[in-house]
Design a protein around this ligand. Structure first.
Ligand code: ATP
Ligand code: MG
Length: 169
């Protein structure tokens, strides 16, 4: 059985990792769709799809999780075609894990099994919280797996975010 999880992963954090660990126990393989792949260099979406690919693959390697396919998926902004678009980009899957009502509906209408992905300490483990702490020079490192922090330092992602918000001008 193969599972699909889609997120923007801006950046990938320990909440995302917990879901993947949970799903990995129930599935033969997991497809991680890196959504809004075309976006980068904004506060909401600071990292490129390539940078997100690197941070996720490193984090999974450190965890010894080797049954995931990472696939960037660009937005098409037409909900009626979204499932077909995703299907055209990723290996076959049976179950979709999502809490987003629209995502759930679209995949259910297309005949997929849709399951709830439990939230882990959502008040601290969210992309928004990580980016906000990065902007304020707070402790964002503890919210992300080691491979993610390494990647962000390599691409100077924290500096990028602060500059995007006008702090270093
Ligand atoms: P942002 O604040 O930028 O929207 P996010 O943390 O919501 O970031 P996304 O990439 O938007 O991350 O979300 C992808 C999916 O990851 C979400 O639909 C949600 O189901 C799941 N997710 C996000 N945070 C957690 C968490 N703490 N625990 C479990 N799943 C999470
Ligand atoms: Mg979100």
């Amino acid at each position: 059985m193969s599972a699909l999880i889609i997120g923007r992963f801006q950046p990938f954090h320990k909440g995302h990792l917990s879901v993947i660990k949970m799903v990995a126990q129930k599935s033969d393989s997991i497809i991680i769709g890196i959504g809004s792949a075309q976006l980068s260099h904004t506060f909401e979406n600071p990292f490129t799809a390539g940078e997100r690919h690197l941070m996720i693959s490193r984090a999974l390697r450190y965890e010894g999780i080797d049954n995931c396919y990472l696939v960037p998926i660009v937005d098409i902004n037409q909900y009626s075609l979204w499932v077909a678009h995703v299907e055209s980009m990723v290996p076959p899957f049976d179950t979709v894990y999502s809490n987003n009502p629209l995502t759930r509906r679209l995949f259910e209408e297309a005949g997929y099994e849709v399951d709830i992905a439990p939230m882990f300490d959502r008040h601290i483990y969210s992309g928004t919280e990580v980016r906000t702490r990065m902007l304020n020079n707070g402790d964002w490192q503890s919210l992300v797996p080691k491979g993610v922090a390494e990647t962000i330092y390599e691409v100077k992602g924290d500096e990028r975010l602060r500059q995007l918000m006008g702090d270093s001008q």
